[in-house]
Design a protein around this ligand. Structure first.
Ligand SMILES: Cc1cc2nc3c(=O)[nH]c(=O)nc-3n(C[C@H](O)[C@H](O)[C@H](O)COP(=O)(O)OP(=O)(O)OC[C@H]3O[C@@H](n4cnc5c(N)ncnc54)[C@H](O)[C@@H]3O)c2cc1C
Length: 264
């Protein structure tokens, strides 16, 4: 956000937006994009606005990257905005609220990444347990070897820890509580554990884990992206430090999601 280069200027009832965004998920299939741009009136975070840019708008073009390491099921690429005229009703929130909107979107995006990482850990455990019973070495199932059981133990510990962190965030979201720090730690821990679990799953599978015949190399490639996207895990650590030290405080939006109402 601090290095944001995309700019928007007001012209009558429209904003004219120029810039480019890279590494955008589903860039070729999305109909609408959430775009953040500098308005140039105020410096810093208060000068950022959020827009809904429709793919059909004149001046919008997209291209996909090829040969990504993982998450190949969905395309990722670049969007270029050249003199794109965005009507004022496509402004999200108010001018200058873009940074807060981005942070709020990340609180939700990071949560989904953390939850997905739990699924990856579980899939790595399931594939490994199955293989431990199937593969025999030195006359016995490899699951009988204690060092193999140690891998499984670490995977299970990572799963339980990650799941608890995700459930805690889910509970906070349902209560309508601010959850930036909690979501950041869930994303950091769950994605690290998912990478570790997929890596251990490959080890348990031996050479077969290094081939496309078993799903575990695929799990590792997908898990690897999650430590980078939605803010790298280094950034999630900085969030913990800055909250603890009081350098950062929870920020609330003008409109926040209400608490979830349970049926009694
Ligand atoms: C598969 C995939 C899908 C993505 N989808 C989207 C999308 O839909 N929309 C979108 O906007 N973005 C998307 N991204 C981009 C993603 O959000 C960025 O890659 C990520 O935020 C990191 O930014 P960067 O790549 O510029 O790394 P950089 O910022 O260049 O970081 C490089 C390294 O320096 C470290 N670093 C940087 N700043 C600091 C600091 N202050 N302190 C300590 N270390 C630091 C980082 O942690 C990292 O290790 C996607 C990325 C991937 C891989």
């Amino acid at each position: 956000m601090a290095n944001l280069k995309t700019k928007a200027v007001v012209e009558g009832e429209e904003f004219v937006v120029n810039g480019a965004k890279q590494w955008i998920s589903l860039v070729e299939v999305a109909d609408n994009f959430l775009i953040f741009a500098k308005l140039g009136k105020e410096k810093g975070y208060r000068g950022i606005a959020a827009f809904i840019v429709e793919k059909e708008f004149s001046g919008v073009s997209t291209t996909s990257f090829h040969d990504k390491l993982g998450i190949r099921i969905g395309d990722t690429g670049e969007i270029i905005l050249q003199d794109v005229r965005v009507p004022k009703e496509n402004l999200l929130g108010q001018e200058g609220e873009g940074f807060k909107i981005a942070m709020s979107a990340l609180d939700n995006g990071r949560f989904t990444v953390a939850a997905g990482a739990c699924g990856l850990i579980k899939a790595s455990i399931d594939a490994s347990v199955e293989y431990c019973h199937e593969r025999k070495a030195f006359g016995q199932e490899i699951g009988k070897f204690e060092l193999i059981q140690e891998h499984l133990a670490y995977m299970q510990a990572g799963y339980d820890q990650s799941q608890l962190l995700v459930y805690k965030c889910a509970w906070m979201k349902n209560q309508g509580l601010q959850n930036t720090r909690e979501t950041a730690i869930a994303k950091w821990q769950a994605t690290n554990h998912a990478s570790d679990a997929a890596n251990r799953a490959i080890q348990i599978h031996g050479a077969k884990g290094y081939s496309g015949d078993f799903p575990v190399e695929h799990y590792w490639r997908n898990a690897r992206a999650n430590t980078i996207l939605e803010g790298t895990n280094e950034i999630q650590k900085l969030i913990q430090g800055s909250f603890l030290l009081g350098y950062r405080k929870p920020t609330s939006l003008r409109c926040t999601l209400p608490a979830y109402e349970y049926d009694s």
